[in-house]
Design a protein around this ligand. Structure first.
Ligand SMILES: *Cc1c(COP(=O)(O)O)cnc(C)c1O
Length: 409
């Protein structure tokens, strides 16, 4: 007998149902338009965003830019690697965090991840360090901070700057300190699906005056606005955010603490409801961290659950209309064509042609955590509009699906 399950549509971060865009954004946007000044070089909203954001994260400098990818690009450009220098990064991340390394002519060297958190660790990073290492990029995946104390100890001992990709980690903390304010440079994204959004947008943060100067210049075609004899000092794009986005971002930022608190409260409720189910693990938490739940990820064991994360995702979709993402980015970043086939500038393969062979060796045995982590991860959609009813629905869907799938395995 087929039982028709009761269906509930979850709020989505792709439209108004799961976003906090409203009257406050419209009011500031109208002010920006009314002012007639839409460039941030003359307007007030982007400047206000930069001040407010620096205060919130607890850093001296913040600069808005065009996207999270632009933020990472700005961070790498501030580090200013020589062609062929190495930048350690993670094998599970958004491609927008990787191509900037190549644009700045450096080699991305992939560190393995802890399969419990899908994050790089001091141990996996250390294995990648060479005398050509110019920087380390750590990504606080899904909103769960990396082990920053250990990573900073490792990096500081060697004088290597650390870039925190906090695109998914707004207001997440480690030992009480906010992500993006612990490393040398922090990067954030305001893309549609992030905690707060302007459609597209990004922010970079730092406490270092010299890096701050280069970051400001890189976003602005390296033109020395305000200098006695301003010039275009080095190669740099126009990555500026405009005032329209700035106005929306100022309003969004005022809602961020509440957004994070609501995501955490609903995550806590789901975790409670999913205790003691064989075959799944709820998000692992370092007691020094607060997780801000960009997404809520389950770790699914195919020994207990028929077809593992993929099987569970299929049941959730077909029986309950819940669209989750097994395997997250599907494959490790180093298996994407751009990296695997070294598709960069013309047929030059530059800068890969300058790489040490070990730096571009992507043998699977070097990445046990990455492969195990991707095999097990099930990314549930998540946002601040979830109510108790949504959480109960998700919990019931998962329990029902698992009851079916464990009897099959
Ligand atoms: C979203 C994201 C980016 C890229 O940000 P865009 O605004 O989409 O360019 C980079 N890194 C991580 C970890 C992200 O989640």
């Amino acid at each position: 007998m087929v039982v028709q399950n009761y269906r509930l549509t979850l709020p989505s971060d792709q439209d108004t149902s799961g976003r906090t865009l409203g009257a406050e954004e419209i009011q500031l946007l109208a002010q920006a338009i009314g002012s007639g000044t839409l460039t941030s070089t003359k307007g007030t909203f982007v400047k206000q965003l930069e001040r407010d954001f620096a205060d919130l994260i607890g850093v001296k400098y913040a600069y808005a830019c065009a996207s999270g990818s632009a933020a990472v690009h700005t961070a790498i450009a501030a580090i200013d690697p020589e062609p062929g220098d190495e930048i350690i990064t993670t094998s599970i991340t958004d491609m927008g965090a990787l191509t900037p390394i190549l644009y700045q002519t450096a080699i991305p060297v992939f560190a393995d991840v802890d399969p419990r958190t899908w994050n790089v660790t001091a141990e996996t990073i250390e294995k990648c360090i060479s005398d050509r290492t110019k920087a380390i990029v750590v990504t606080h995946l899904f909103g769960n901070p990396c082990e920053m104390a250990e990573i900073m100890a490792l990096a500081d001992a060697r004088g290597i700057p650390v870039i925190e990709d906090s695109a998914q980690g707004f207001l997440a903390t480690h030992n009480g300190q906010a992500m993006g304010g612990i490393g040398t440079i922090g990067c954030f994204s305001l893309q549609q699906g992030k905690h707060i959004t302007t459609g597209e947008g990004g922010i970079v943060t730092t406490n270092d005056e010299a890096f701050a100067r280069r970051m400001f210049l890189f976003v602005n075609k390296a033109f020395g606005y305000g200098d006695p004899k301003p010039d275009h000092y080095f190669i740099a794009p126009n990555y500026r955010m405009c005032e329209l986005q700035g106005a929306v971002a100022v309003a969004q930022l005022s809602k961020l603490k509440d957004i994070v608190a609501r995501r955490q409260a609903s995550a806590r409720k789901l975790t409670e409801q999913l205790q003691g189910i064989a075959g799944i693990e709820t998000p692992w938490q370092d007691p020094r961290n607060t997780h801000v739940y960009w997404k809520y990820c389950l770790s699914v064991d195919a020994q207990f659950i028929h077809e593992g994360a993929i099987g569970l995702a299929k049941r959730l979709k077909e029986d309950f209309g819940i669209f989750s993402a097994p395997r997250y980015i599907q494959k490790p970043a180093f298996q994407c064509e751009v990296i695997q086939n070294q598709r960069t500038f013309g047929n030059s393969r530059f800068p890969f042609n300058l790489a040490r062979p070990e730096a571009v060796d992507y043998s699977p045995e070097k990445f046990p955590g990455t492969f195990a982590g991707l095999e097990r991860v099930l990314v549930l959609p998540w946002n601040e509009a979830y109510t108790d009813e949504h959480i109960d629905y998700i919990a019931r869907a998962i329990k029902t699906a698992i009851a079916q799938l464990s009897s099959q395995s």
